[in-house]
Design a protein around this ligand. Sequence first.
Ligand code: GLU
Length: 303
Amino acid sequence: MNTAPSHYRGRFAPSPTGPLHFGSLVAAVGSYLQAHHQQGEWLVRMEDVDRPRCVAGADTDILHTLEACGLHWDGEVMYQSPRESIYNEVLTQLQALNACYPCGCSRSEIAAIAVQGSEGPIYPGTCREGLAAGKIARSIRVRLDDTCIRFHDLLQGEISQYLFREIGDFVIKRGDGLFAYQFAVVVDDAEQGISEIVRGSDLLGSTSRHIWLQQKLGYPTPRYLHLPVAVNNAGDKLSKQTHASAIEVADPRPVLIKALNFLGQQAPDELRDCQLDELWQWAIENWRVENIPAKQQIPTADE
Ligand code: GLU
């Protein structure tokens, strides 16, 4: 397996589907501190590949909130939406390897026969050996093999997944012609030379898919650290979908302290009264990965 580049480069990759809320702020803070504690770079990428889900103006709103929080990124912000021709080139490489195939199944056809996996129906392989007569290609799926993907998560420990049995041949280009997150994220992390990915544990179950694609495409595999995610009392992620409140930009110090404490960093109360750059100086110097709770979810009140 190729190894990650030695120079630390991390990233925060929000989807511009609404304002930054506490759940996404935790991922921003965790990835920022992990990068800066190691004198690394921290990039921001707008994951706007799923255009129907994007909200106009949410990208600039997120960027303003990051700036107001003192979370300054390195380099230019990468947007996914203009990168379709690059994704198509990479798709051609997978096609040349016979590592993907067109699929003509509708959701309801799949639902009618598929076994349910942890992340939805496991594709039953109907179109693997070619489209049946009269079927029209809708999406493109990878052609998995029955090997186990294993990786060491810096917080969650050893993770292994038999992708073929547990997830099934997954979609990389959707029926509406858009590339899937699972594919775009791998292409972009490789192109940006990301050495370590720090993000929420809601994506832990996607990581084996990313590693499978990296291996097929000959990309290095970055290190991974999946942070706990903030959930409400019903166990749902605090997100745009659960109408979590937007970050208070006039004075972000209380919510930043809340995020630091959520990540187990025991931020002193006096930080409430300091300048933002002093708050960050304290947080970067005192960042301890070993103090982050090794949980996938933590119930948190949304104020
Ligand atoms: N864009 C994804 C999200 O907002 C995060 C992707 C990632 O960090 O890999 O949930």
